[in-house]
Design a protein around this ligand. Sequence first.
Ligand code: ATP
Ligand code: MG
Length: 442
Amino acid sequence: MSDIQSKDSFKASPFKKLTAVKGMNDVLPGESAKWEWFEGVVRTLMARYAYRNIRTPIVEPTALFVRGLGEVTDIVEKEMYSFEDRLNGEALTLRPESTAGVVRAVVEHNMLYEGGKRLYYMGPMFRHERPQRGRYRQFHQIGAEVLGFQGPEIDAEVILLAHDLWQAIGLTDVRLELNSLGQPPERLAHRSALISHFEKHQDALDEDAKRRLHSNPLRILDTKNPAMKEVVETAPKLLDFLGEASLAHFNALRQILEANGVTYTLNPRLVRGMDYYNLTVFEFITDQLGSQGTVCGGGRYDYLIEQVGGKSAPAVGWALGLERVLALLEEQGKIFPDDSPHAYAIISDASHLPLVLSYLRQLRALGVKVQMHAGSGEGLGSMKSQFKKADSSGAAFALIFGADELQQNIVSVKPLRDGGGTQRTESLEKLNEWALSLQSNS
Ligand code: ATP
Ligand code: MG
């Protein structure tokens, strides 16, 4: 197709329309109200668990991810948006996840100096994946990271936090899958067994798996290729290689979860996509989003801090995909809180604007969400057209500031929704006595 669609459209707009980058989405009002509501619930819950917010840069040195996530991982091998700094040639990457960045910040600012830290973050991540429902190139994560604590009680705490979050937003039908990856020596023994298993079944492996057979055989268990289901299911299980200490840690975690009514299934093939995990790994999964069913994943990463150059310290955390959680809520018919204004101000004459605007500000200071009518042509437009705008604004009430009303220091309050009662007048001198009555719809 040519760039110039037709002679007329060329005249009207000489430039080709620009669109967002593939796999990167605008979040428009209406949709963004859901995001803000969800983020608000998260903030409240995080505060109740005494987790504090951390904000790290979106761009990090590429080396952080290569070292942190592991060279032989999907993210580092094929999903990173990397570029060179145009001045000094430094290799930089748009963060594909936030755990590595948080760990870098914790180390850089010596944050574990006075003991452990409970942190959370929210923000965009970038991965060069094939865009599809639930899988984007810019997507958004909310994550919890706890650094400096070793015991299973903290693994339990982060899982309970996620569990409580699902409850707080009314999300149902997410199941928890749990596994333990043990410690490096246990992994090593398992690795040998894994390699021999896969060597015996070479013909069942795809290209990725063949390439990773000796460099990172554990990663093969994380395959999304259905054709490899059987060879993965029959592979040696890490759980069978765990020693006493690892098992004790895992069992203590399971006990706390069970005592708190958190049901889970053991999934011995759950390994997660990054190399930094040890001991506990877990995912919250739904069957209602097709193949993009993992809404939240995490685990323990006791060796990452050292790998990023810090003094060795244990850590555990998770990240959830905001788009997937909201899509799932939508799928489950969630009614999101209404973000329409409480009231729409109709103003009969432009000469009253200075006075009316001062009343609107007083109402806002009292907590009322008020949308002011603004003219789209010359002047403010007819009362009829203003009422139309009031209706389509979604407001529960129209506040009518007419010349007569203002003369008497009153305003007419007209309900716009069914069941809102009859029109009444209220005093402009005693706004505080009736402002609250406008807020009943939120
Ligand atoms: P998947 O197996 O679906 O690729 P992942 O293991 O790569 O997920 P993590 O790196 O653990 O995902 O990220 C945590 C969560 O972030 C995921 O459970 C998912 O909800 C979300 N997520 C990951 N990648 C994307 C993406 N490209 N688009 C949207 N959400 C994503
Ligand atoms: Mg992935």
